[in-house]
Design a protein around this ligand. Structure first.
Ligand SMILES: Cc1cc2nc3c(=O)[nH]c(=O)nc-3n(C[C@H](O)[C@H](O)[C@H](O)COP(=O)(O)O)c2cc1C
Length: 401
C-alpha cells in the first residue's frame, strides 16, 4: 500500500522511481513516436458525463454479468507477458487480487507463471490469452491445457501480425539477446532493491507456459527465443481463429479488433466477445484509440457479442464512459504492474480499490444507482472554443463546484 498514492498516475510515478529505466520503459513504452499512447488517453476527453441530480443514489452497485458470471466491478486485468521483470511473482499476485476483488484476470500465455498455477489461485476468475503460433502442436496443446483446467474463457490476441517497432526498447538494448550497455547497467545499479530481487529470483524470469515446449532444462532466454521464433506465425489469418473456434467449446474472445468489418466477421464465425483494443499503443502508432472506433463497432455488432474496451483506461470515469457507450467490461494493463512494483500485493490491491472507488463516486455524481442507467448520461464534448464562461466562481468555493 502506498499511502501517498491517490490515483493510478501516482502509482505510475512511484513505480517509475523504483524501476530501472530499461524495465520501466519496457512496460510503459508504446511504438515509434508514441502518438497512439497519447491518442488513447485523449480519447476519453472527447466524451463527458452529464449528471442528473435529485435522484436516489444512496445504494450503488457496479457489479456486472458477463458470460453467465457475476463480477463485482466492470474492469479486469489485461494479459501481460514478461511482467515478472518489473516485480517477481507479479502474475500470481494479480491473479490473487483479481480473485479477492472478483474481477476477471486474463493470464498471458507468455506470463512468468503457469496457467495451471493461475487457475489454482484465481479459479473461475482466470481467463487464458494465447497468441496463435507457427507450430500447430503448440496451438493445440495450449487449448488442451485450457480445456483440462475447465477455463471458461479463452482469449486470442490478433493484433500482432508482425512484430512492432518499440524504439524505447531498441534504444535501451532491450532486445534479443539482451545487451546491457554501460548506461543501462549504471541506471540499474541505482535501483539496488530491484537488482537484489532480480538476482534473488534467478535473473530473467521464465515464460512458464512455454517452458514445456522447449528442451528439458532450457534457460529462460532459450524459452523466450522459441516463443519469438514461432510467434507471430507467417500466416496469421482468420483460418487460425476458425481452427481455435472449432476446438474450443467455451467462450472465445478476440483481442485487438479495431474495425467494424473485422468485428462483424468475428461474430459471423461464432466469437462470443471482442476486446476493442490497440494493445495499449504497443503495435501500430497510427492505430485509432479504441474509444474512437467503439460506437461504430457497437453499431455493427449490437448484442451479438460482448464488447470489452481496453487501452488507456486510467480513471473510473473512463470505465463509466465506455460502459455508457455499450462496453460490458474494461481492461487495463500497466497500472496493475505499477501497483505491484510500487507496493507488492498491497499496491495491486490499491489499484482495484482506487478504480472501484472512482467508479462508485462517478455513479453517485451522475445520479445512477447502477451501470444499467449510465448510457443516458454520456455526451460527446464540444470543442473548448464553443464554451462561453459566463462568470468565475469565487476562489474559496471553487472546490465545491
Ligand atoms: C508489459 C506488457 C506486456 C504485455 N503482454 C501482452 C501479452 O502477452 N498478450 C497480450 O495480448 N497483450 C499484452 N500486452 C497488452 C495488454 O494486454 C493491453 O492490451 C494493454 O496493456 C492495454 O493498455 P493499458 O496498459 O494502457 O491499459 C502487454 C502490455 C504490457 C504493458
Amino acid at each position: 500500500m502506498n499511502a501517498k498514492a491517490l490515483n493510478l498516475e501516482d502509482l505510475r510515478r512511484s513505480a517509475k522511481r523504483r524501476l530501472p529505466k530499461i524495465v520501466f520503459d519496457f512496460v510503459e513504452g508504446g511504438v515509434e513516436d508514441e502518438k497512439c499512447l497519447a491518442r488513447n488517453s485523449a480519447s476519453f476527453d472527447r466524451y463527458t458525463l452529464v449528471p442528473r441530480y435529485l435522484l436516489d443514489v444512496s445504494q450503488r452497485s457496479q457489479s456486472i454479468e458477463l458470460f453467465g458470471r457475476q463480477f463485482d466491478a466492470p474492469f479486469g486485468v489485461s494479459p501481460m507477458g514478461l511482467a515478472g521483470l518489473a516485480h517477481p511473482g507479479v502474475d500470481l499476485l494479480l491473479a490473487q487480487v483479481a480473485k479477492e476483488a472478483n474481477l476477471p484476470y486474463l493470464m498471458s500465455s507468455v506470463s512468468n507463471a503457469s496457467i495451471e498455477d493461475a487457475v489454482r489461485i484465481a479459479g473461475k476468475n482466470a481467463w487464458f490469452q494465447i497468441y496463435p503460433t507457427a507450430d500447430e502442436k503448440i496451438n493445440t496443446d495450449l487449448v488442451r491445457r485450457a480445456l483440462a483446467l475447465q477455463i471458461e474463457t479463452l482469449v486470442v490476441t490478433v493484433d500482432v501480425p508482425v512484430s512492432s517497432n518499440r524504439e524505447r526498447n531498441r534504444r535501451n538494448g532491450f532486445s534479443r539477446p539482451l545487451t546491457m550497455t554501460p548506461g543501462v547497467m549504471l541506471n540499474a545499479l541505482m535501483h539496488p532493491r530491484w537488482v537484489m530481487n532480480f538476482l534473488r529470483t534467478g535473473g530473467i524470469p521464465m515464460m512458464q507456459n512455454w517452458q514445456p515446449y522447449a528442451a528439458p532444462g532450457a534457460s529462460a532466454d532459450v524459452v523466450a527465443d522459441l516463443f519469438a521464433a514461432l510467434t507471430p506465425p507467417p500466416e496469421m489469418t482468420w483460418a487460425k481463429v476458425e481452427a481455435i473456434r472449432a476446438a474450443w467449446p467455451g467462450n472465445l474472445v478476440l483481442k485487438g479488433i479495431l474495425s467494424p468489418t473485422d468485428a462483424v466477421r468475428a461474430v459471423e464465425i461464432g466469437i462470443d466477445g471482442i476486446i476493442v483494443s490497440n494493445h495499449g499503443g504497443r503495435q501500430l502508432d497510427a492505430a485509432p484509440a479504441p474509444l474512437d472506433v467503439f460506437p461504430a463497432i457497437k453499431a455493427a455488432v449490437g448484442d451479438r457479442a460482448a464488447l470489452i474496451l481496453e487501452s488507456g483506461v486510467r480513471r473510473g470515469s473512463d470505465v463509466v464512459k465506455a460502459v455508457a457507450l455499450g462496453a460490458k467490461l474494461c481492461l487495463f494493463g500497466r497500472p496493475w504492474v505499477y501497483g505491484a512494483a510500487s507496493g507488492g500485493v498491497a499496491g495491486a490491491r490499491q489499484v482495484a480499490h482506487i478504480m472501484k472507488r472512482e467508479i462508485d463516486l462517478v455513479l453517485g455524481q451522475i445520479g445512477c444507482a447502477g451501470l444499467g442507467e449510465v448510457s443516458s448520461r454520456v455526451a460527446q464534448s464540444v470543442p473548448a472554443t464553443q464554451h462561453t464562461i459566463l462568470s468565475m466562481p469565487p476562489r474559496e468555493t471553487a472546490d465545491r463546484i
